[in-house]
Write a protein that binds this ligand. Structure first.
Ligand code: ATP
Ligand code: MG
Length: 180
């Protein structure tokens, strides 16, 4: 994939497909250019065999298509920079899955993050009742958005209304614009 934000969209969609009501997307970049992506959900989780085989592109529980590519592509994107991908998942309460990928952003094969603001907006638009927590921390600045907090402020206004989505986009863009 040309943009890491598209990989992130894919992995977060797995969380939604697993029935998650809460999805955390965290990007943490340190001064040496090491980027850690964490996607954590409270969905139904995977059994051990699935976790073991899930990074193999010929394994999927889907019946409509034989090949699942979300996790294998993220793994490839991380490993081609000398990084790693790890999955921790539980089906017994508190069930959920955490996918962690580490990238070297200075590596020539690092896939640029791309349009992460659109990824976050697309997720909210597609699943307005899910609690999304997005954080992006770097030495240059940080960005945060919590749809659970927004929902408290907005009351009955649905998060997938045009006005709210436009506000979310502006809010994220403004935070990014403040980075040095
Ligand atoms: N967060 C998650 N919670 C529960 N199960 C998951 C999660 N992520 C992945 N899985 C399981 O792992 C399988 C493989 O995921 P992957 O994203 O690689 O492929 P896919 O979703 O099946 O297909 P694609 O992403 O190409 O549309 C999924 O079909 C699902 O069974
Ligand atoms: Mg998938």
């Amino acid at each position: 994939m040309k943009e890491l934000s598209l990989n992130i969209l894919d992995i977060a969609q797995n969380s939604l497909a697993a029935g998650a009501s809460r999805v955390e997307i965290a990007l943490r970049e340190d001064a040496s250019g090491r980027l850690t992506l964490t996607i954590r959900d409270n969905g139904r989780g995977m059994d051990e065999e699935t976790v073991r085989r899930v990074t193999d592109p010929f394994y999927t529980t889907r019946t409509t298509r034989k090949v699942g590519l979300g996790l294998p592509l993220l793994k490839l994107a991380a490993e081609q920079t000398g990084g790693t991908m790890e999955i921790i998942s539980s089906q017994t309460p508190p069930a959920g899955t955490t996918v962690t990928a580490v990238f070297d952003t200075a590596h020539i094969d690092f896939t640029p993050l791309g349009d992460i603001v659109s990824t976050v907006c697309n997720l909210i638009q597609g699943s307005p009742s899910v609690d999304f927590l997005f954080t992006h921390e770097t030495p240059r600045g940080s960005v945060e958005l919590s749809t659970a907090e927004m929902r408290e402020m907005l009351g009955d206004v649905p998060l997938d209304s045009y006005e709210v989505l436009a506000w979310v986009r502006d809010y994220l863009n403004e935070q990014y614009a403040q980075w040095s």
